[in-house]
Each structure stands twice: as structure tokens, then as C-alpha cells.
Write a protein that binds this ligand. Structure first.
Ligand code: GDP
Ligand code: MG
Length: 182
């Protein structure tokens, strides 16, 4: 295993489940909530070693992964202080190094709105993994999801976290590995 440290940001619209996923990946217990302003600054945490080991094999993978939980953004053109905080972090002008990869958490029940940010992040050029969240909500609404087709169209890997931490953990590492082992 290399001694490389990888910084990965969790980005996405407000209320898509970024902090919930951050808690699963890092073992933290930050407050989650479905109202604005719950995450107004960036939080950092180390991904648990069990997940890091699964994220790149014995040789190529990073030794440590720091997750950065960002405030929600609708675009990379900030119109609020929350969005400015997230943007400064992605740009590496917030006093800490810029992340080297991004997990974009998307709300499967509101894909159209969420994918606007995906396009912007792709243009921005950081390696991206789509975490398709709120699948339960989308399924209840009768939406038919085709995540593999979506990922193919965008040219990025995807994973499917779920509210159950076991399933989120299981789906996380192999998919992300292909994005950041490079
Ligand atoms: N139904 C459903 N709710 C979720 C899911 N993931 C997170 N939530 C809930 O959505 C709300 C917002 O989550 P949070 O992690 O704070 O979102 P953030 O604003 O993107 O950080 C919370 O009430 C979570 O419990 C999911 O997959 N399905
Ligand atoms: Mg949050």
C-alpha cells in the first residue's frame, strides 16, 4: 500500500444525504437534517481503515482518505455564503489543500436538478464518482432508475449508498477505487 493521502470532497445539492454518507464513511455522528443551514462549514474526517483498504487494493490505493463534507450547492457559481464556502474548499483557497476527487451525492428523485451540478463538476475536471442516493424515495415515486446508463453517459463510476450503513459500505469502495486509483 502506498503512503499516499487522498482528499475527497462530498459535494451535492442541499439535503441529498451528504452528511449522512460522511457519517457512514468516517464513523462520525454529525447532525443531519432536511433544512437549510445544517452544514454551513466544511467538516473533515478520516475514512475508516476498513474502507480505505477496500478502495484500491494492496498496492495502488491510498493509505489514508480524508473526506470533506461540504455545504450544499446548486452550482459552482456561488450565490450564498454556504455555496461560497463549498466553492472555496473545492478551489483550494480555504486554507486547506483542494480535494483530489469528488463524490457527488445526487438525489435520485430529482435527477434533472442534481445533474446540472454534475455537468459543472465534470467541466471543473476533478475525478468524480456519482453516489446515487434517495433511491427509496425515487422508487416510491415510481421512477425507473438506470444508474449504469447514467454513469456511462457521464463517463464516471457510480455507487449506491443506502440508509443502511452496511449496504453503503459494501457498495462504496470498489466503485470509487476505479476513479481514484489512477
Ligand atoms: N429517504 C431517504 N432519506 C435520506 C437518505 N439519505 C439521507 N436521508 C435523509 O435526508 C435528510 C438530509 O440528509 P443530510 O445527510 O443532512 O443531507 P445533506 O444536506 O446533503 O448533508 C436527513 O433527514 C437524512 O436522514 C436516503 O437515502 N433516503
Ligand atoms: Mg450536510
Amino acid at each position: 500500500m502506498s503512503d499516499r493521502e487522498l482528499r475527497v470532497a462530498l459535494a451535492g445539492n442541499p439535503n441529498v444525504g451528504k452528511t449522512s454518507l460522511f457519517n457512514v464513511l468516517t464513523g462520525a455522528r454529525h447532525k443531519v437534517g432536511n433544512y437549510a443551514g445544517v452544514t454551513v462549514e466544511t467538516l473533515e474526517g478520516r475514512v475508516t481503515s476498513e474502507l480505505v483498504q477496500g478502495s484500491g487494493g494492496e498496492s495502488a490505493g491510498p493509505a489514508r482518505i480524508t473526506m470533506i463534507d461540504l455545504p450544499g450547492v446548486y452550482s459552482l457559481t456561488p450565490v450564498s455564503e454556504d455555496e461560497a464556502v463549498a466553492f472555496r474548499c473545492l478551489a483550494g483557497v480555504a486554507g486547506a489543500p483542494a480535494p483530489e476527487a469528488v463524490i457527488l451525492v445526487v438525489d435520485a428523485a430529482n435527477l434533472g436538478r442534481n445533474l446540472y451540478l454534475a455537468m459543472q463538476l465534470l467541466e471543473y475536471g476533478l475525478p468524480l464518482v456519482i453516489a446515487l442516493n434517495m433511491v427509496d424515495v425515487a422508487e416510491e415515486a415510481g421512477l425507473r432508475l438506470e444508474p449504469a446508463a447514467l454513469a456511462d453517459a457521464l463517463g464516471v463510476p457510480w455507487c449506491r449508498p443506502s440508509r443502511g450503513s452496511g449496504r453503503a459500505r459494501a457498495s462504496w469502495s470498489p466503485r470509487c477505487a476505479s476513479a481514484w486509483a489512477a
